[in-house]
Design a protein around this ligand. Structure first.
Ligand code: G
Ligand code: G
Ligand code: MN
Ligand code: NA
Length: 262
């Protein structure tokens, strides 16, 4: 249909843009970074979210150049924030999280493209986190994990996105080159009921405890209220993201939020 034919030229025409949603440290409420979320400003349909075009981009192969563009833009943005911060911040430079689709994982250029972008931009690898969904790594063999392992060895963080939705073998976590678990929004939603189901509490507590045993940090998604944030903080989660802090927005907004608590 129409979106499919317009997609390849959209990148050349500069119709994609990125919004940033803050990642907040649950312990002190400070903004530590942001997740980059791509949007398409379609000339007829207006702003389209990733759910409307990422599957198409994956299907047509455009996801590889589009993903590379998102990575480069986001890393450049992180450098710009750093320059504005002046390097004098107690919490350190703002970090940037970028989503990787499974097609990018199997693309042979992933490691080199990432190295090139980091070098061109002058950003240290540890300022970058690549988010890979749990379902993309279920049953992953060594060939699929090798590029992620290379990136992790360089210092890039790998996050397991939408964790808890993919029925992964928990013991399997050990062999993945992952340093962050992003707990799926559904867990956060279960913290919204009052009283919170004690079994739901135990499940989150168990995941957090397992994650920390494996030296993984836990980020929670979809935090919409202060009560959820407090509950998740008490359960030991490290970082949070959600509308309670901010909706995804333009890069200046992220910088303002980071300055507000600095
Ligand atoms: O933007 P929104 O808040 O609607 O995000 C919807 C989904 O789109 C998220 O799950 C996110 O992982 C995915 N997404 C957003 N930006 C990108 C991107 O640049 N690449 C890929 N592969 N997925 C993205
Ligand atoms: O990568 P991921 O699929 O998790 O992308 C995050 C998605 O969740 C985006 O579509 C984003 O707009 C959405 N989102 C972010 N914060 C919240 C929130 O607090 N509540 C809800 N319902 N959705 C959120
Ligand atoms: Mn994500
Ligand atoms: Na997610």
């Amino acid at each position: 249909h129409g979106l499919t034919t317009a997609l390849p030229t959209a990148l050349e025409r500069g119709e994609f843009f990125i919004e940033y949603q803050p990642l907040v440290h649950l312990g002190d409420g400070s903004v530590r970074g942001a997740e980059a979320l791509v949007r398409w400003l379609h000339p007829q349909h207006g702003v389209l979210g990733p759910d409307r075009f990422i599957p198409l981009a994956e299907h047509t192969g455009l996801i590889v150049p589009l993903g590379r563009w998102v990575l480069e833009q986001s890393v450049r943005q992180a450098r710009e924030w750093r320059e504005l911060q002046g390097g004098a911040d107690a919490v350190g430079p703002l970090r940037i999280n970028v989503n990787l689709s499974p097609c990018q994982l199997t693309h042979p250029g992933l490691v080199q493209d990432t190295v090139d972008i980091l070098e061109r931009t002058g950003i240290e690898p540890d300022a970058l986190c690549l988010e890979v969904t749990e379902s993309a790594l279920i049953g992953a063999d060594d060939d699929l994990l090798k590029p992620l392992r290379r990136l992790a060895e360089m210092g890039v963080d790998i996050a397991l996105d939408d964790f808890g939705t993919g029925y992964s073998n928990l013991a399997n976590l050990r062999r993945l080159p992952v340093s962050i678990l992003k707990l799926d929004r559904s867990f956060t939603q279960s913290m919204q009921q009052f009283p919170v189901d004690p079994v739901d509490l135990k499940i989150v507590e168990g995941i957090v405890s397992l994650a920390h045993t494996l030296d993984l940090a836990v980020t929670v998604e979809g935090v919409e209220t202060g009560a959820q944030a407090e509950q998740l903080r008490m359960l030991g989660c490290d970082t949070a993201q959600g509308w309670y802090y901010a909706r995804p927005g333009p890069p200046d907004r992220l910088h303002e939020l980071a300055l507000m608590d600095a």
